[in-house]
Design a protein around this ligand. Structure first.
Ligand code: CA
Length: 219
């Protein structure tokens, strides 16, 4: 199943697009503002991002720039009411693979989405290296170098994904809590889930950085 993250604050348009993408066979998550979109894009696996440019909290191009800086390479299509040449250039320079001006034809939008997905086969983004192990984001399984397969819970998988997609970055407990538990994140939940991951995969999977937080370890 191809997973699409749609970040759109216009409720009517958002619902229309969710239906259209759904009818086209995609699984769609809708985030109503840039902050919610950022959390989702950082913590879940998507094959395509569809970002409105004018968004509350974090505007679309800023959101995309933050994701690119964090190492998220998921192809992105920007929707915008701004249609000048300068705006298109800003969008493409900002890391977007395509740019569609509102009002747009739904059929054309879906055709552009198909073209983007053809360029980047979805399977390519689903396996992340954790040292010598391979972590499959879809099946939530970690296959160690010796072939041992461990299945993670949804939250454990979200946490490992966050760390594995940014292997050199140290995350504070607050950042982990906000990224993995956006609705209920307390700092101690980050510690709890690091503990769960270590119990399943070995203590070395997560490295504690004293006084700062955690980063990806080795398997
Ligand atoms: Ca908007």
């Amino acid at each position: 199943m191809i997973r699409v993250l749609l970040v759109e604050d216009d409720r009517e348009l958002g619902e229309l697009l969710v239906r259209a993408f759904g009818n086209a066979g995609y699984a769609v998550d809708l985030a109503p503002d840039g902050q919610a979109g950022l959390h989702r894009a950082l913590t879940r696996g998507y094959d395509l991002l569809v970002l409105d440019r004018g968004l509350p909290a974090i505007e679309g191009l800023d959101l995309l720039a933050r994701l690119r800086r964090s190492g998220v390479r998921t192809p992105a299509l920007i929707l915008t009411a701004l249609g000048t040449v300068a705006d298109r250039i800003a969008g493409l320079d900002g890391g977007a693979e395509d740019y569609v001006v509102k009002p747009f034809d739904l059929g054309e939008l879906l055709a552009r989405v198909r073209a983007l997905l053809r360029r980047q086969p979805p399977a390519a983004g689903h396996v992340v290296a954790v040292g010598t192990a391979e972590f499959d984001l879809i099946t939530r399984t970690v296959t160690a170098g010796d072939g041992t397969v461990t299945t993670l819970s949804g939250r454990e998988s979200d946490l490992l994904r966050l760390l594995a997609e940014h292997p050199s970055r140290v995350f504070s407990r607050r950042e982990i809590a906000a990224g993995v538990f956006p609705d209920s994140g307390t700092d101690t939940l980050a510690d709890t889930y690091v503990h769960y991951l270590r119990r399943k995969l070995g203590a070395a999977v997560v490295t504690t950085v004293r006084g700062t937080g955690y980063r990806l370890g080795r398997l």
